[in-house]
Design a protein around this ligand. Structure first.
Ligand code: BG6
Length: 469
């Protein structure tokens, strides 16, 4: 490996979580209902407003009450950073109030202070796969422009409250989910079940405006804040070297890159404008929107990476589908997959890093990566998750090579350092953690925490700044 392939001093090693997937306490201290609270089968499937179905998100892993013990374990692993999200509904329970809920703000004061006690840098996602349910019911979700101001007000409240303690922020988790799962991403419901592309793209425009206004507001409050975007990276390979497959791969990538293009460069690329025109989609824009986008470009590119995708023009290959975090994908014959069908591709991470850095020349932050697997708690209290260690080692090796390629990589927060409820399938059977939580998908178990084999392994990775994998 080249001498240049070394992680920089101060590299932000850690883990990442989302409020709705671990906090529980879904009605405590004035919290309002969120879209996740009505999504018992995973926040990407259809909501169930009856509230009668069992919903694992309601209890999570009870982090709301166990955060001190959990953060102590992260500190023991030597975390330099911890990515958490703030539940919008703890701060503005319905989303459209004039004043925030002090008890919600106070909870995150306590969490942030606990992290700082151990010199762990808090990295905050302002909105991670949840929004106040009331904004869906009363305003129809993000297709309504009013949400831009509600979000701006919420983001400002957070910046004002925490700017002295939190430097790293992200505006929307995996903002491109709005294209693939419109309820999760934008709070959109389609009565006849048919996707309405007009509403989807209108909502996306509003998300872009909200993100840009938040970036601007954050910088005005404290110019030192680093505010990033967050995309689910979905790098696509052509199935064959057929030129048509290559072009299809490029087009498929644009469904992802259009988000970071707008958030990073501050304007819609021509390929998006042409696509909208071809599809007869007219996004309502007001005078001054261009200006807002230009003034609110992000400081860094945050992204998640779990797998790569394949594009093909051959209907035969299309038949061979496999699972994925936001989409089903075409099977890549060269890759193995997790039990959930997510194709394991460490080299793809190096490629993504280079692709994004070549395109934007902004610092990159890998804010999610990891392997969802079924873990077994042995009688002696051990969990031998060698498969997880292998997965992470292979990905970190490729990150290191990307640094050697010249990519400015500032951190790595692997997904779910402590087991939590999955986003796509709302189960606890699929685990990502270094810390095992004794709780199953029916919500049964002692909720006790156990260190997995990967706990000590990751601790050593951090202690050696990635030199010993
Ligand atoms: C990402 C999300 O897409 O993937 C997380 O940002 C999510 O919220 C993670 O948990 C893993 O997906 P899943 O469905 O296995 O939980």
């Amino acid at each position: 490996m080249s001498q240049l392939a070394r992680f920089p001093e101060g590299f932000l090693w850690g883990g990442a979580v989302a409020a709705n997937q671990l906090e529980g306490a879904y009605q405590e201290d004035g919290k309002g209902l969120s879209t996740a609270d009505v999504s018992p089968n995973g926040i990407m499937s259809s909501p169930d407003f009856s509230m009668e179905t069992f919903n694992l998100y309601h209890e999570g892993i009870d982090f709301y009450h166990t955060y001190k013990e959990d953060i102590a374990l992260f500190a023991e692993m030597g975390f330099k950073a911890f990515r958490l999200s703030i539940a919008w509904t703890r701060i503005y329970p319905n989303g459209d109030e004039q004043t925030p809920n002090e008890k919600g703000l106070a909870f995150y004061d306590r969490v942030i202070d606990e992290l700082l006690k151990y010199d762990i840098e808090p990295v905050v996602t302002i909105s991670h796969y949840e929004m106040p349910l009331e904004l869906v019911k009363k305003y129809g979700g993000w297709k309504n422009r009013k949400l831009v101001a509600f979000y701006e007000c919420y983001a400002k409240t957070l910046f004002e409250r925490y700017h002295k303690k939190v430097t790293y922020w992200m505006t929307f988790n995996e903002i491109n989910v709005s294209l693939h799962a419109p309820f999760t991403g934008s709070g959109l419901l389609f009565e006849d079940g048919e996707r309405n592309e007009q509403d989807i793209y209108q909502s996306i425009h509003h998300l872009f405006l909200a993100s840009a206004l938040a970036v601007k507001a954050g910088h005005a409050i404290n110019p030192n804040l680093q505010i990033g975007c967050m995309i689910a990276s979905m790098i696509t390979y052509p199935y064959t070297s057929k030129p048509e497959d290559m072009f299809k791969a490029l087009q498929q990538d644009r469904h992802t890159l259009m988000f970071s293009d707008v958030q990073s460069r501050g304007y819609y690329p021509t390929y998006v404008k042409n696509y909208l025109e071809e599809q007869n989609i007219t996004v309502q824009m007001e005078d001054g929107d261009d200006h807002i986008l230009r003034e609110g470009t992000v400081d860094y590119i945050g992204f998640s990476y779990y797998m790569s995708f394949v594009a093909t023009t051959d209907p035969e290959h299309l038949k061979d589908q496999t699972g994925g975090n936001l989409l089903l994908g075409v099977k890549n014959p060269y890759l193995k997959a997790t039990e959930w069908g997510w194709q394991i591709d460490p080299v793809g991470l190096r490629t993504v890093c280079n692709q994004l850095y070549d395109r934007y020349q902004k610092p990159l932050f890998i804010v999610e990566n990891g392997m969802g697997a079924v873990d077994k708690l042995e009688d002696d209290g051990l969990i031998n998750d060698d498969y997880r260690i292998d997965y992470l080692r292979a990905h970190i090796e490729q990150m290191k090579l990307a640094v050697g390629d010249g990519v400015d990589l500032i951190g790595y927060t692997s997904w779910g350092p402590i087991d939590l409820v999955s986003a796509s399938t709302a189960e606890l059977k699929k685990r990502y953690g270094y810390i095992y939580v004794d709780r199953d998908s029916e919500g049964k178990g002692s909720n006790k925490r156990y260190k997995k084999k990967s706990f000590d392994w990751y601790k050593n990775v951090i202690a050696t700044n990635g030199e010993v994998l």
